[in-house]
Design a protein around this ligand. Structure first.
Ligand code: GDP
Length: 297
């Protein structure tokens, strides 16, 4: 199992003489341990490298007060830097959905948790913000996915756009907009189709939907356990579609959350929510402190 970073570092520093400030050598030795911890947490190599460079700069020469050990001091610097990189929006859980009806586009690969997350967000908007929400599935190639959204809608008490056989995604998006306006909805969530991998057909379809929907928010849903693949997916979707935020699912799993750091560092997009299970309540606003603690172990 993972050895936590504090233990690793105290081992390193026990062997060093106590000094008034962290020397370059102390810091270099410590950074080797930090690097291993980051890579074990599934942070991508270039991100880990840049991160360590930044920490090294801050840590070298930092004063060590009597109340903390050099190891604790380094951990604090690493922790603060993790928070700095991970922090995006002040309030990541507040979607920009004024001027009703506000369209929100949900995008991502098949199996990432898009449909589940769409319903979780709908429930949250309804219960916490008192919004009237409409959901629509655009996954015309997978009738089961369309039905899944309708079932979740019934379960959480949120309306779904009735399914019309043979309609294409752009037509569904237009109908959702009309229905949302006529029905006095505050927000409508468009659950786009997913594929097993990114392909031209998928991207062209999502792009066409984006152009008619003109979404206020475009949220990418990715499996947080897939590490670097999640980051590559985000880069692809962002360059083609433009995303306003990321939802990392399966953060209830064994992963150490390193994907979150790589995601922020590489795409620059804020992580808005994390999925913590299959249940409709298992969605939380992203909190940098939590993930930082998890990455450090
Ligand atoms: P989609 O193909 O992207 O729409 O994915 P689904 O929403 O159908 O989700 C695929 C599977 O992952 C389902 O069995 C979900 O219950 C499950 N799932 C979604 N989000 C989470 C999560 O945060 N944690 C866990 N453990 N499972 C999740």
């Amino acid at each position: 199992m993972f050895e936590n970073l504090s233990e690793r570092l105290s081992g390193v520093f026990d062997r060093l003489t106590k000094q008034g400030a962290l020397s370059e050598d102390d810091v270099r030795t410590a950074m080797r341990e930090v690097r291993v911890a980051l890579l074990e947490a599934d942070v991508s190599l270039p991100v880990a490298r840049d991160f360590i460079k930044a920490v090294e700069k801050k840590a070298t020469g930092a004063a060590v007060t009597k109340s903390v050990t050099p190891g604790q001091q380094v951990i604090k610097i690493v922790h603060d830097e993790l928070i700095a990189v991970l922090s995006g929006d002040e309030d990541p859980g507040r979607l920009k959905i004024d001027n009703p009806p506000a369209p929100v586009l949900m995008v991502g690969l098949q199996g990432g948790g898009k449909t589940t997350t769409t319903a979780k967000i709908a429930k949250r908007l309804k219960e916490r913000e008192g919004k009237k929400v409409l959901m629509a599935s655009l996954d015309v190639n997978r009738p089961a996915a369309m039905e899944q959204l309708a079932i979740l809608g019934t379960q959480i008490g949120v309306d779904t756009l009735p399914i019309v056989k043979g309609e294409d995604p752009v037509a569904i998006a237009k109908r959702a907009k009309t229905q949302a306006s006529l029905g006095g909805y505050d927000v409508y969530l468009l659950d786009t189709a997913g594929r097993l991998s990114i392909d031209e057909e998928l991207m062209a379809q999502v792009e066409a939907v984006r152009d008619v929907a003109n979404p206020r928010e475009t949220l990418l849903v990715v499996d947080g356990l897939t590490g670097q693949d999640a980051v590559t997916t985000a880069e692809n979707f962002d360059s083609r579609i433009g995303i306003t935020g990321v939802v990392l699912t399966r953060m209830d799993g064994d992963g150490r959350g390193g994907a979150a750091l790589s995601m922020r560092a590489i795409t620059g997009k804020p992580i808005r929510f994390v999925g913590l299970g299959e249940k409709m309540d298992a969605l939380e606003t992203f909190e940098p402190q939590r993930i930082a603690g998890r990455i450090l172990g």
